[in-house]
Design a protein around this ligand. Structure first.
Ligand SMILES: [Zn+2]
Length: 421
């Protein structure tokens, strides 16, 4: 049986030429220039987060250096060498996963093999993935090869953890840093794939998928595969939100609204919590999803509307803005810290099940609501101090007078300023 299309997206669209690589312009350009002028070094370190193109670029470089009829700074993808690398059966391109080959005997074997000339191509290329996993002994053995590399050898060491690579190794390599890919770039890339693959997808749905990928093209594509399966080639924003849990926005809007509604009934605050646990949520998810929501809410209330920065599409920003109209960002911050404390308590109590978690969340939310409306001791002392100063001056104390003195000549909407104690 043929594999369904959605199973192969990441592999199907893996870039085969430098020009098709998404972002990473610095590394791509430098390597293309080096290819053209035949100044490829003997060892490179590709450092960056997972799924941003390190191995992809390493393979393209391996193809280009061994290509028998390169097209400018690109491999031809037609010659025997290119095709064998493309199919993963080249004898001259050796990929090693250092996570599972970290021991000294693996590196000793490698040191023996680098002596031999390449079978067909010009260079023998070693791509060592997750190179930071090598043991100290292995790094020392690798260093000896890097110190006197045979002319026919090219090392490409890929890593997500730069600080774990010994200085001695770093000093023998050219280092390229790979960045996370911006959300909007991944979103556009996904849209292109949808078009090529005949997948129907809402623009906002692709935004959510790209957001989930968190700067990694590979992760975004594998999440897109899940979305294709879940949505049956018609990817809607609603469905994707169900998949990633963004549906909780409305629920958190409700909880926040209830917390800030002084006259609201306690059971109105409890219902959304009940709904959350009914959909299989747990305390960790509640806390982190809610904290994430509050972070966005605080920024939105402070006037931020940048979708890339907030990580949510424009429609959601508008929705949250509407839902929190007139809410003081300072109060949102108080809620943020209350929820964060909930996490600490939850961890200390070692809650055993979702019922216990729910009890803690409910009680903490009620206490938080009380805190939001009860005057603090320092607030009361400040107020007393101001009153006594006002009495000495003979002028009656009023918040309006105080404000007018502070913002002389500006029109003040009392709703938009923090409450004076
Ligand atoms: Zn070729």
């Amino acid at each position: 049986m043929a594999a369904p299309t959605h199973m192969v997206l990441a592999r199907k669209y893996r870039p085969q030429k430098f020009k098709d690589v998404i972002e990473q312009k610095m590394a791509v350009q430098a390597l293309q220039n080096a290819s053209l002028s035949d100044r490829i070094g003997s060892a490179y370190i590709f450092f960056g987060p997972r799924g941003v193109g390190k191995t992809t670029i390493a393979r393209i470089l391996a193809k280009r250096v061994n290509c028998t009829s390169p097209e400018g700074n690109e491999p031809c993808d037609q010659c025997d060498s290119c095709l064998s690398i493309l199919h993963g059966n080249s004898m001259d391109v050796i990929e090693i996963d250092a996570a599972s080959h970290r021991g000294i005997h693996h590196i000793r074997e490698l040191r023996e093999n680098v002596k031999f000339q390449p079978m067909t191509g010009k260079k023998k290329v070693y791509i060592i993935d997750e190179v930071h996993m090598l043991t100290t002994e292995s790094f020392n053995a690798l260093l000896k090869t890097l110190e006197e590399p045979p002319a026919h050898i090219l090392f490409i060491l890929a890593t997500t953890e730069f600080n774990k690579i010994p200085e001695t190794i770093l000093s023998r390599c050219q280092v390229f840093t790979f960045a996370k890919v911006p959300l909007s770039v991944i979103q556009n890339y996904l849209a292109q794939i949808c078009e090529k693959d005949g997948i129907k997808a809402e623009e906002e749905a692709l935004f959510w998928i790209a957001r989930r990928g968190d700067g990694s093209v590979r992760d975004s594509l594998s999440f897109m595969e899940q979305a294709v399966t879940y949505c049956d080639k018609n990817i809607t924003s609603e469905k994707v939100k169900e998949l990633i849990g963004a549906v909780y926005f409305d629920l958190f809007l409700k909880i926040t609204g209830m917390l800030l509604d002084e006259k609201g009934k306690p059971e109105d605050l409890m219902m959304p919590v009940h709904d959350f646990f009914a959909t299989g949520g747990d305390i960790t998810r509640f806390v982190w999803e809610y904290l994430d929501f509050l972070r966005m809410a605080v920024h939105i209330q402070n006037g931020t509307e940048n979708t890339e920065f907030l990580g949510i599409p424009g429609t959601e920003i508008a929705h949250i803005k509407d839902g929190l109209e007139g809410v003081d960002p300072v109060k949102l911050n108080v809620i943020f810290h209350g929820i964060y404390n909930l996490l600490t308590k939850g961890m200390a109590l070692r809650l055993r099940n979702s019922y216990e978690s729910r009890v803690l969340i409910e009680m903490e939310l009620l206490a938080l609501k009380e805190k939001l409306f009860s005057p603090s001791l320092s607030g009361i002392i400040q107020k007393l101090n101001r009153l006594s100063t006002a009495m000495k001056d003979g002028t009656p104390y009023s918040a309006e007078n105080e404000l007018q003195k502070k913002f002389l000549g500006t029109v003040i909407d009392s709703k938009s300023v923090p409450e004076l104690e």
